[in-house]
Design a protein around this ligand. Structure first.
Ligand code: PEP
Length: 249
């Protein structure tokens, strides 16, 4: 059975004090769903967030990492460094990393391999831009992103991979893919995996939707059979909103 997962991507928000405050507010929320809860604070607060949530049903995950083990990569953070402070899961391929930091499918394939070599789980993000969707190319774009970054892996690697379909035009814009658009794309993603790895693998992979998920639309999006959860940006910065989404399952 694949898991329900709701992950909050805090992006470049919250210093140490705000991180403490938000975590203590998150801990006060009641969880009524079976979804796994993850939060991704910025690097400088990972250790603190990890320590503060050790007894809680919240996993602290990283927003990014480098593919190299170590070396002359000023400003970067390695998988080993994340593991050394207890972090087990990393987001890779977020559209903001692709757009602003020029991450490519090729560099992401390397990051994926490095994370797996460190026995980390990966929330792997991908999604088409508005121009792709307007041109009717969304499936081909998504298929290529998945193939180029993940198809060098064996089927067994997918036990550690969570997919996050995030149409770029819906991220931080207030515009959401309709539940039907999300379902259609998630079913297509599962079919793409099935063609390469077979039904067991494609059935077991959790596929999250991301793009302006809010308390008022989460239930409908999560009701779709191939939507296994959400990657949440803006709404993850408010404890009540975030848990309203978690509890939408
Ligand atoms: C995201 O950045 O992954 C995201 C989905 O953001 P938002 O929920 O703010 O659209």
């Amino acid at each position: 059975m694949r898991k329900h997962i709701v992950a909050g991507n805090w992006k470049m928000n919250n210093g140490l004090i705000q991180t403490e405050t938000l975590i203590s507010e998150l801990k006060q929320q009641e969880k009524t769903s079976d979804a796994e809860v993850m939060i991704a604070p910025t690097f400088t607060n990972l250790w603190h967030a990890f320590q503060s949530t050790r007894q809680d049903d919240i996993e602290v995950i990283a927003q990014n990492m480098h593919f190299a083990e170590d070396g002359a990569y000023t400003g970067e953070v390695s998988a080993g460094m994340l593991k050394s402070i207890g972090i087990q899961t990393v987001i890779l391929g977020h559209s903001e990393r692709r757009a602003y930091f020029k991450e490519t499918d090729e560099s992401l394939a390397k990051k994926v391999s490095t994370a797996l070599a460190h026995n980390m789980r990966i929330v792997f993000c991908f999604g088409e831009e508005l121009s792709d969707r307007k041109a009717g190319n969304e499936e081909i774009v998504v298929e290529n992103q998945i193939k180029k970054a993940l198809f060098h892996l064996d089927a067994s690697a997918f036990k550690a991979i969570i997919l996050a379909y995030e149409p770029v035009w819906a991220i931080g814009t207030g515009e959401t893919a309709s539940p039907e658009q999300a379902q259609d794309m998630h079913a297509f993603i599962r079919k793409t995996l099935m063609n390469k790895y077979g039904e067991i693998t494609s059935d077991e992979v959790s596929i999250l939707y991301g793009g302006s998920v809010k308390p008022n639309n989460a239930k409908e999006i999560f009701s779709k059979p191939d939507v296994d959860g959400g990657l949440i940006g803006g709404a993850s910065l408010k404890a009540e909103d975030f848990y309203a989404i978690v509890n939408a399952f």
